[in-house]
Ligand binder design. Structure first.
Ligand code: ZN
Ligand code: ZN
Length: 127
């Protein structure tokens, strides 16, 4: 699979969260991540995206650039959707395979938030 933004070969990576681990495809060059259908929801169920404000999301012009689905044969154009919880975040969604492309920064925020949750969970267990 190739990066819809910069055409670099995507690398498989595991994301660990409280409910287990999921495998996603990330771009080593621009830092974006491709989630297959349902994978993002899996993460979002465990994570509050409350630190969405502080993350380093791409400039608006970059976000609005049209991207093609890396996972479908005919490479349909991904559609743009504003994130429910933060309209400044635009993600790219494939209406054919229901995959989602997240740019760099979004995933970092999710992971950072996850780490905080994991720490607080451990802390509660100790008390
Ligand atoms: Zn890329
Ligand atoms: Zn697709």
């Amino acid at each position: 699979m190739y990066c819809p933004r910069c055409n670099t070969t995507l690398e498989e990576k595991n994301i660990n969260d409280l409910s287990g681990s999921i495998q996603v495809d990330t771009c080593p060059s621009c830092g974006g991540t491709w989630f297959d259908k349902g994978e993002l929801e899996q993460i979002e169920n465990v994570v509050e995206l409350s630190i969405i404000e502080i993350r380093n999301i791409p400039k608006k012009k970059e976000q609005l650039e049209k991207l093609k689905c890396p996972d479908c044969n005919l490479h349909p154009t991904l559609s743009k959707h504003a994130h429910q919880r933060d309209k400044k975040v635009i993600f790219d969604y494939c209406e054919i395979c229901h995959g989602i492309w997240l740019d760099r920064g979004e995933l970092e925020a999710i992971q950072k938030d996850n780490l905080l949750k994991t720490i607080s969970t451990l802390f509660k267990k100790m008390i």
